[in-house]
Design a protein around this ligand. Structure first.
Ligand code: ADP
Ligand code: MG
Length: 724
C-alpha cells in the first residue's frame, strides 16, 4: 500500500463516486422552474385583491410605507400559498453581524382550543419577529441581559420557500434590530444607504432637467468564486473542517502554472453539481447566468444577472448556502474561504455595482461619446471622488483574517484602493483637469483576416484584472470583496459615500447664479473634482512594486495591508460624518462593527493556532516519529548485519523533527497570551501568532517532502486539488 489507509479510502471514495441524480430539464424546461418557490410579483398579482397588490407594489417601487391592515391581507395570501406548497413552518431570515444567515423557525399551527390545531399567520407575524438577540455579536451595544431583538419584514425582498426532504419552510427576509433600536444586522444599513443614494441621485437628475424621475436604486451583480474538493478529503483535514483553509501542505508537483484551468472544460461531476445548484437557484428566482472554471485547480465561478442591491445581497447569501448544501449530494465540499490553499489563487467576490431607475436607466452608461455626456460624467466623478475620500473605508469593509491572505499579499487585488477607468475615460478625466472635455477615444473594429468571421467591435478600453475598483463599461467592479463575506457591508459603504458625493455636487449646482450657464457650472465642478481626486485613478499594473511606492508616497493613497491596519477606518472621522449624515449608522453602531471585526479576527486566528497545535501533536509528529523509528531500525539492522549503513536520511528527518518540536514549543508559549485591550489582542495575533503559524507550517511541509508517503496522515495538495 502506498498511502495511509485513511487517505486511501478517501481517494478510492473520490474515484468511485458516481452521479446518480438526474435532473429532467428535457421534460421541464429551466424557465418553468424559475421563481417556482418565490412569492413574487406575478403570484402576488394573482392572489391579492387589486388594491392590496397596488399598495405592495408601491412600497416595492417607491419605498412608501405599508399599512398594517394591508400586511394582514398579504400574510393570509402568503400563508395560503405556502400551505398549498406543503409548508409547515415560517422563518424570519436575517443577517446578524457574524455576516452569516440566521433563521428562526415557527410552526404555522396553533391549538384551536378544542383539541385540534389550525394554521395561523397574521400580518404581525409576517411583519415582525422576536428572536433572542443575546447570542449574536453586538460589539458591546447590548449587554447579555438585554436580550430582546426584533426582526422586521423587508417588503422589497420577496418571500420564498426552502424545500427539504422532509418539509417546506416559508422564509421571510427581514432586518434585525435591538430592543433599543440599534441596528444589529447587515441588511438595514444597505436599505438606509439605498434610500440616501436615491434622494441624492434624484436631486442630480432634476438638475439635468428630468421631470419624470423614478426611484433610483443601487444595483449589484456579485460574481462568486469557490473551490470544490471531494468531501472525503475535506473530512480528513481538520484544518479545512474547522478553519476553512489548509494550514499545512507542501507544494504539489503541479500547480496552476500551465494556465490550463481558466475556462477549461468543466469536470463531469462538477458540471452535474452546477446544474443542480442552478436548478435550486432558479426555483428561488435567483437569476444565475454564468459558470466557468477559474484560474486555480478545482476553482470555479458562478455569477448572476444584476438586481436591486438589497435583493442581490439576500440572493447572494442564498447562493453561498446553496453552493454548500448541494455539494454534499455530490460527495463534494464547497470551500468559500478566501485562501484555502497556499501557492495558488484564492477566491474573491467581484461586486459589480451601479445605480439607475426605470425612467433614466443605468446612470453609469457612458454612451459612445462620454466626453459630452455631462450627466454620466457627474455620476462617474461622484464615484471617483467618493472612492478617493473613502478608499480606506472600502478596504476596511472587505477586511477579515481570511481576506488578508489575498489583499496585501502577493495576490489579486492589492490592498491599495485605486480606480481603473480605462483609456477612454481616463483620457476624458485628463481633459477635464484642463477644462471642458472635447473628445472621446474610439474603440473601432478589428479584422481577423479571415472573411468568414465578421469584424469584431473593439471596446474603447482594455480590461485590467489588477485593479481593486474598475470601471467596466457601464458599472464599477469592486474586486476586493471576500469570497466568504456578505456583500451588504461593501454595498452600504459604496451607496453611502457616493450619496455623499452626489449631495456635494447637487448642493453646488443648485446654488449657481442665474446669469451662469448650467453647463459651464457643471464643467467647472468636473474640473475641480478631476483635479482634486484623480490621484485615485490608476490604469497601470496594480501588483507592481513601483505602484506600491507611487501610491503611498506620491499620491497619498492608503496601503492598509491587514485587517488591523484597516479597522480604524470604520470609525474614522469622515466615515462617521457620512454614515451619520445619511442616517445609515450611528457612531456607536460603527464602533460596534469595528469591535466585532477585530473580535472575529482574533477568534479566527486563535482557532487556527489551536488547530496547528493539535495537528502537529496528534498527526504530524507521530507520523514523523514513526518514520524516524523505521529508519533507525533499518540503520541498526544493517549495522548488525555488518552492512555499511547510510544515516543521512535518518539525520535529516531527526533534524526536521527537532525543528518542528522547537516551533511547536514557541507556539505554545504565545498561544495562551492575552492582551489588555481588543486592539492589542488583535496586534498580538497579527504580529506574533500569525508569523509563528507560518514557521510551524514550514517545518511540517519540509517533513512532508521526506516522510514515507504511506505514513503521511492527511490528504496532500495533489490529491485534494487534482482528483475530481
Ligand atoms: P465581466 O465579464 O466584465 O466581469 P459581465 O458583463 O459578465 O462582466 O458582468 C459581470 C457581472 O456584472 C454580472 O453579474 C452582471 O449582472 C453584473 N452587472 C452588469 N451590469 C450591471 C449593473 N448595471 N449594475 C450592477 N451589476 C451589473
Ligand atoms: Mg468580472
Amino acid at each position: 500500500m502506498s498511502v495511509s489507509p485513511a487517505r486511501l479510502s478517501a481517494i478510492s471514495a473520490a474515484n468511485n463516486f458516481r452521479v446518480t441524480n438526474t435532473l429532467a430539464f428535457k421534460e421541464s424546461h429551466s424557465a418553468a422552474l424559475y421563481g417556482k418557490n418565490v412569492f413574487n410579483e406575478k403570484v402576488m398579482q394573482s392572489r391579492l385583491p387589486k388594491a392590496v397588490y397596488k399598495a405592495v407594489k408601491k412600497t416595492i417601487d417607491t419605498g412608501a410605507p405599508l399599512d398594517p391592515s394591508t400586511a394582514d391581507i398579504v400574510a393570509t395570501a402568503i400563508k395560503d400559498w405556502a400551505l398549498e406548497r406543503g409548508a409547515t413552518h415560517y422563518a424570519h431570515v436575517f443577517q446578524p453581524l457574524t455576516g452569516l444567515t440566521a433563521e428562526k423557525h415557527d410552526s404555522f399551527l396553533e391549538p384551536d382550543g378544542k383539541g385540534g390545531a389550525i394554521a395561523e399567520f397574521s400580518g404581525k407575524q409576517l411583519a415582525q419577529g422576536e428572536p433572542d438577540a443575546s447570542s449574536f455579536p453586538s460589539g458591546g451595544i447590548r449587554a447579555t441581559f438585554e436580550a430582546r431583538g426584533y426582526t422586521a419584514w423587508d417588503v422589497t425582498s420577496p418571500c420564498y420557500l426552502i424545500e427539504n426532504a422532509n418539509g417546506v419552510t416559508l422564509c421571510i427576509p427581514t432586518a434585525f434590530v435591538s430592543w433599543t433600536g440599534e441596528i444589529l444586522d447587515v441588511k438595514t444599513p444597505v436599505l438606509r444607504s439605498m434610500k440616501a443614494l436615491d434622494v441624492q441621485a434624484r436631486r442630480i437628475l432634476k438638475l439635468f432637467g428630468h421631470t419624470n424621475v423614478a426611484m433610483v436604486s443601487a444595483t449589484a451583480g456579485p460574481e462568486q468564486e469557490y473551490f470544490l474538493i471531494d468531501r472525503n478529503f475535506f473530512l480528513a483535514r481538520p484544518d479545512l473542517l474547522s478553519s476553512g483553509r489548509t494550514l499545512f501542505g507542501a507544494k504539489p508537483p503541479k500547480g496552476q502554472e500551465f494556465e490550463d484551468q481558466y475556462f477549461g472544460v468543466i469536470p463531469e461531476r462538477v458540471l452535474a453539481y452546477m446544474h443542480e445548484c442552478e436548478a435550486e437557484l432558479y426555483k428561488l428566482g435567483i437569476p444565475v447566468k454564468t459558470r466557468h472554471n477559474e484560474v486555480a485547480p478545482s476553482q470555479y465561478e458562478i455569477a448572476p444577472i444584476y438586481e436591486t442591491a438589497n435583493v442581490a445581497a439576500d440572493h447572494q447569501q442564498m447562493v453561498m448556502i446553496t453552493l454548500k448544501r448541494v455539494a454534499r449530494k455530490y460527495g463534494l465540499e464547497c470551500l468559500l474561504h478566501e485562501k484555502p490553499f497556499a501557492g495558488i489563487n484564492g477566491s474573491g467576490k467581484h461586486l459589480n455595482w451601479s445605480l439607475g431607475n426605470s425612467t433614466q436607466g443605468n446612470l453609469l452608461e457612458p454612451g459612445h461619446t462620454p466626453h459630452d455626456n455631462m450627466q454620466f460624467l457627474v455620476f462617474c466623478a461622484a464615484v471617483v471622488r467618493a472612492v478617493h475620500r473613502h478608499g480606506g473605508l472600502l478596504r476596511a469593509m472587505v477586511a477579515s483574517a481570511s481576506n488578508d491572505h489575498r489583499l496585501g499579499a502577493n495576490e489579486a487585488p492589492p490592498a491599495i484602493i485605486s480606480v481603473y477607468l480605462g483609456d477612454q475615460l481616463a483620457d476624458v478625466f485628463e481633459q477635464l483637469k484642463k477644462g471642458k472635455a472635447k473628445s472621446s477615444k474610439k474603440g473601432g473594429s478589428m479584422h481577423l483576416g479571415v472573411d468568414v468571421i465578421p469584424p469584431l467591435m473593439k471596446d474603447a478600453g482594455d480590461r485590467n484584472r489588477t485593479s481593486p475598483f474598475a470601471f467596466t463599461g457601464n458599472k464599477f467592479e469592486f474586486r476586493a470583496v471576500a469570497s466568504n463575506q456578505s456583500i451588504g457591508g461593501p454595498l452600504a459603504a459604496l451607496n453611502t459615500i457616493v450619496a455623499e458625493s452626489l449631495d456635494y455636487i447637487a448642493t453646488k449646482l443648485e446654488k449657481i447664479p442665474k446669469n451662469k450657464k448650467f453647463e459651464d457650472a457643471v464643467a467647472e465642478l468636473l474640473t475641480e473634482i478631476a483635479t482634486e481626486h484623480s490621484a485615485v485613478i490608476f490604469n497601470g499594473n496594480g501588483y507592481s512594486e513601483e505602484w506600491h511606492k507611487e501610491a503611498e508616497f506620491k499620491r497619498g493613497l492608503l496601503n492598509l495591508r491587514t485587517t488591523i491596519d484597516a479597522a480604524p477606518q470604520i470609525v474614522a472621522k469622515q466615515t462617521v460624518a457620512a454614515y451619520e449624515k445619511y442616517q445609515v449608522l450611528s457612531k456607536r453602531e460603527l464602533q460596534a462593527r469595528h469591535d466585532i471585526l477585530l473580535e472575529q479576527y482574533c477568534k479566527a486566528i486563535n482557532v487556527e493556532a489551536n488547530l496547528v497545535a493539535e495537528m502537529v501533536s496528534t498527526k504530524y509528529l507521530p507520523a514523523a516519529i514513526r518514520y524516524q523509528t523505521e529508519l533507525a531500525t533499518n540503520v541498526a539492522s544493517l549495522k548488525a548485519a555488518g552492512v555499511r549503513s547510510d544515516t543521512a536520511q535518518l539525520e535529516k528527518v531527526s533534524r526536521l523533527i527537532d525543528a518542528l518540536q522547537a516551533e511547536a514549543v514557541l507556539l505554545a508559549e504565545i498561544r495562551g497570551h492575552h492582551a489588555e485591550g481588543l486592539v492589542e489582542e488583535a496586534e498580538h495575533y497579527n504580529k506574533e501568532v500569525l508569523p509563528k503559524l507560518v514557521e510551524v507550517r514550514k517545518a511540517v511541509d519540509a517533513l512532508e517532502e521526506v516522510v514515507a508517503d504511506d505514513l503521511w496522515p492527511v490528504p496532500t495538495y495533489e490529491e485534494m486539488l487534482f482528483i475530481h
